[in-house]
Structures are given as C-alpha cells and as structure tokens.
Design a protein around this ligand. Sequence first.
Ligand SMILES: *Cc1c(COP(=O)(O)O)cnc(C)c1O
Length: 311
Amino acid sequence: MTTMNRQDLQQKLQGLSLTPLIALKHPIFQAKKIHVYLKRDDLNHPLIQGNKLHKLRLNLDEALRQHKDTLITFGGAYSNHIAATAAAGNAFGFKTIGYVRGDELALQKHRWSPTLKKAQSLGMKFIFLTRQAYRTKHSQAFLSEVNKIYPNGYLLPEGGTNDLAMAGFQFLIRDLEQQCPQWTHLYTAVGTGGSMSGMVRHCKHPDRQEIRGVSVLKQTDEILHNIQQWTKPHHNWTLLSNAHAGGYAKSNEALKKCQAWFETEFGVVLDSVYTAKMIWGFMQDLANRNLPEGSHVILYHSGGLQGRPTR
Ligand SMILES: *Cc1c(COP(=O)(O)O)cnc(C)c1O
C-alpha cells in the first residue's frame, strides 16, 4: 500500500497553484492583429512537468482506487513520460518500474541519458528490453506476464496516453476558460496526440475554438488515425505537419533560429524536441495567414525542461 490516500492526492493536486497565462506583445502579432498568450504549464510542477501532470493526475487517483502501489510504464531513454512517472511515484508514494528500450544500456550506466539518471534517482527501477522485445510491449502476452510479476502494478502505456490521461485536460481547459474565455486557437506540441485529444474532448466552445497540434514526428499517419478515434465526434482540430524539422528530436537552422528568437524575445526557455516545434508551427501559420484578424491564440508550454541542463 502507498502512504497516500485519494483525499491526500486530491489535496496535493489542488494545492498546486494556477500557472500564469502571459500576454505576449510583439509588433509582428500587432501587425497581424492577433492576440497571443503563453500558458506556462512548464511551471506547474518542478518534476512532473506540463502536460505530463495532467496525463498522470487521474491515473494516480485510479491507481489508488484500485489499491495499486506500483506504477509501471514504458519508454525510450529520453522519454519525458518516464521522467514524469518516476517523479510522480516519488511525490505521491508509488514504487515505479520503467521498461526501457535498449538492452545495451543495462550494463553501461555511463551511457544513460540525463532522463534515466534522474528517474533512477527518484526511485525508478529499470528493466531494459531488446528493441525486438520492446516492440511487443503492448501485446496481451507481454502485459499479462508483467501483471504476474507485479500484481500490484498499475500499467501506463508508452507516452502515457489513455482515457484517464485525456480526461486530465479538463483541468487545463477549466483554467483557460477562467484566464482567457475569449480564446479562439490553442497550439500544442504533439507526440502521441493524447494531450491534444484531451483538449479537444474538453473544449467548451467547439463552434468558435480550435485546437492546433504541431507534430514533432515526421510520420503522422498513425497519430492522425489515433487522434481521429480519440476526438470523435469533434472536428475542431488540425494536425500541423510542417514543423517536425526532419523527425523526432531532429532539428534544422530555421527551427533553431525560431527557438532562439522566441527565447530571447520573451525570456522563456523552450525544449528543442516539443515546445520549440510548437512555436515554429505557430509562426508558420502566422506567416501563411492561417490566423484570422482578431484571433486570441494560446500557445501551450507543455514543459519538457527536466532533461535540459540548467543554465
Ligand atoms: C510528452 C510531451 C508532449 C507530447 O504529448 P502527447 O500527449 O504525447 O502528444 C508535448 N510536450 C512535451 C514537453 C512533452 O513532454
């Protein structure tokens, strides 16, 4: 059993303060006659950052409801979801197990990413899988094996997207409706598309509000399919696929320039894998006149800075 009960969890989560929504002023935005805001969810928790906190919060509650004491999940060596799960276990009294892709890492700790080192320091235990075994991780056979080994384990899929993860975005939408009820467009970075789908599901005014997801991956067929399934019957969303810069964790000069410009201009740090691409996607929309005059645009800072060296 964990040391926490559901009430404690609710109280702790409610105790996290409302993150700021900042108005971003710039002549470029003024010239296009649009209002731009940045939702600073990178500030919601030092370790369970940004969208990951929303994806986990109702899953943690469900794990407690089921009397589970261990969070089990899957990811690559640089997965923010692995980091967030480790931190959530540490903060809320769960043991954590991470199935990590790449068996060569098992005996080579010096090759661990900062993410893995951090997760281990927060108490996560790793099981390293060959790439071949990792591919079967969501199969029934594999999961029932995991279940036998850890009967008190609560399973979270790779990337952390499930129905409860999407439901967690009701809290973000509630905050945005309070902080900027006139918003018309919401930009967010897309990995699995779970966060974006959660925003679509909980959007209060689908007739005048649109969610624009910026894919950080090059291949979007599967993501697009998943988002379509997850958001049915809503259509007030778009997946932008022109800001991946070559694929996951890839970059190019234009993206780097955009990130540096934004960071200097507004004094906010972005991560190069997710939020920099979200900003770049938005700036391309702006340049291509894809935002009508009078729009109130919210850029969602989904965090992802825990792996970045502090400076
Ligand atoms: C994980 C992550 C995302 C992507 O979230 P999905 O729900 O998988 O689409 C976006 N931004 C940051 C900073 C992340 O860590």
